[in-house]
Structure formats: C-alpha cells, structure tokens
Design a protein around this ligand. Structure first.
Ligand code: Z5A
Length: 222
C-alpha cells in the first residue's frame, strides 16, 4: 500500500495543531508509521525560512517574495521529508500545505490563484494530499484563542479583514474539492472535534483496506 498523505488546514487558532497531535497518537495506536510535520518547516532550510516569514522583526516582505519563500520551503520539504515517508508506505500528517498558500497569499494578499496553483504544482512535483481536514470557525474565535499565547507573529498581526478573506478562501477551496477536503466544525470542544476527525480518517482507512482486500485501486480523492 502506498502511503497516506493527510493535511490539516484552517485559520489561526482553529485547533489544527491540537488535533494533529491527537490524530498522530490515534494512528500510532493502530500500528501506523506516522510522520508528523508542518509548513512552513520540516527541514532545516524550511524552518529557517519559517523563522524569517513569521518574525515581525523581518519587517516588510513583498507579497511575491512571501509567496516564493513558502514555495521554496515546500519544495525542500516535499523532496526531503514528505515523498520519502510516503514512498516507505507511511502516513504523513502535515500541519498546513498548498491550500494555505491559496488562502493566505491568494485570498489574504490578493495574488492570482491560478499563478499560485502553478507554483504549488512546481514546488510539489504534483503531489496532492489524499485527505485534507479544514478546521473552520469564526475569525474572532480563532484570533481570541491564538491571542492567549502572547505577542502575535507577522501573519497573526494582520487585521481581522485579512483573516476573514483567508477563511472565505479556505471555504471556497473546500467547496470546489469536496472529495479531498472535509470541513470540520472547529468551534466545538476539543473532544467533539476529535470525534469528527476520527470518523473521517477511520473511514478513509477502512475504504483503503476494503480496496486492498478487493484487489482494486483505492478511490482517487485528489
Ligand atoms: N502560511 C502562509 O501564509 N502560507 C503558506 O503557504 C503556509 C503558511 C504553509 C504558519 O503558522 C503561518 O504561516 C500561518 C499561515 C502562514 N499564519 N500565521 N500566523 P502556523 O501554522 O504554525 O501557526 P497558526 O496557523 O497560527 O497555528 P496555531 O496558532 O498554532 O494554531 P492552531 O494550530 O490552529 O491551533 P492550536 O495551536 O491547536 O490551538 C490554539 C489555541 O486554542 C491553544 O491554546 C489550544 O489549546 C486552543 N484550542 C484548540 N482547540 C480548541 C477547541 N476546540 N476549543 C477551545 N480551545 C481550543
């Protein structure tokens, strides 16, 4: 069986990192080999780019430079971490991926979505997640949650309107790709959100298992 690539997406404070940790434990208990990673990040180069991208002290970065930095981090991450783990047949859980670029640099900064899709395809070599969980909640709730952590980073510090455009873009992407992306109500308590996550992921594992036992290929979710 080839590996399984699952991405978690959403606005600030949506709870994806909390759910990623719970999901990783859940899958490890089922005996899956799990690689947990994040974007931007996951390799020394990409983590260094992450530092520059999120640090308010970096100052102004033009929207196009910002886009290229996320793409550079992603190209290295896919090549060095994600593809090798999938080739080994493992499960990769990634905190943010290409949909974040469409939502933040497209929806938030206003860069042309088709140009971003072209760059994403170049950076990933065409790799797409098997499943994306989009944790959706009102912007005010998310910002209140992340605000409890202290000083905002360079992107958290953007005005609420920016974050509203990001949320709308995520929802548009999900509506356009309902087979790959499942929207999860992230305003519910952690345990309820996790129940929804497990229902979706366990369902995907079951579908894969049935397909393998039946000898047919798993359905293409991309
Ligand atoms: N970015 C981009 O612009 N373009 C790109 O292509 C990519 C990224 C890949 C990366 O930051 C930044 O880069 C991000 C987008 C941009 N913008 N910012 N800033 P990140 O992903 O590392 O950080 P983040 O998005 O801000 O995530 P986060 O703040 O770590 O939040 P989270 O992962 O969504 O949530 P959490 O850490 O699990 O929870 C946040 C708090 O809420 C915490 O105190 C929890 O205990 C609490 N929480 C979690 N779930 C719940 C529930 N259900 N109820 C109540 N409280 C909860």
């Amino acid at each position: 069986m080839k590996g399984l690539f699952i991405t978690l997406e959403g606005i600030e404070g949506c709870g994806k990192t909390t759910q990623l940790r719970l999901l990783s434990e859940h899958l490890e208990q089922r005996g899956a080999g799990v690689t947990v990673t994040r974007e931007p990040g996951g390799t020394p180069l990409a983590e260094a780019l992450r530092g520059l991208l999120l640090d308010p002290a970096t100052g102004g970065i033009s929207p196009l430079s910002e886009l290229m930095m996320y793409a550079a981090a992603r190209a290295q991450h896919v090549d060095a971490v994600i593809r090798p783990a999938l080739d080994r047949g493992g499960v990769v859980l990634c905190d943010r991926f290409c949909d974040s670029t469409l939502a933040y640099q497209g929806g938030g900064r206003g860069i042309c979505m088709d140009e971003i899709r072209t760059l994403n395809a170049l950076a990933t070599g065409g790799l797409a997640p098997d499943l994306t969980l989009l944790f959706d909640l009102p912007v005010e709730t998310g910002l209140a949650r992340s605000g409890r952590r202290g000083a905002p980073d360079r992107i958290e510090g953007e005005p609420a309107d920016f974050h509203r455009r990001v949320r709308d873009a995520f929802l548009d992407i999900a509506r356009a790709e309902p087979r790959r992306i499942t929207i999860i109500d992230a305003s519910a308590p952690v345990e309820d959100v996790f129940r929804s996550v497990c229902a979706v992921v366990d369902g995907l594992f079951q579908t894969r298992q049935n397909a393998t036992l039946g000898g047919s290929a798993p359905p293409d979710r991309a």
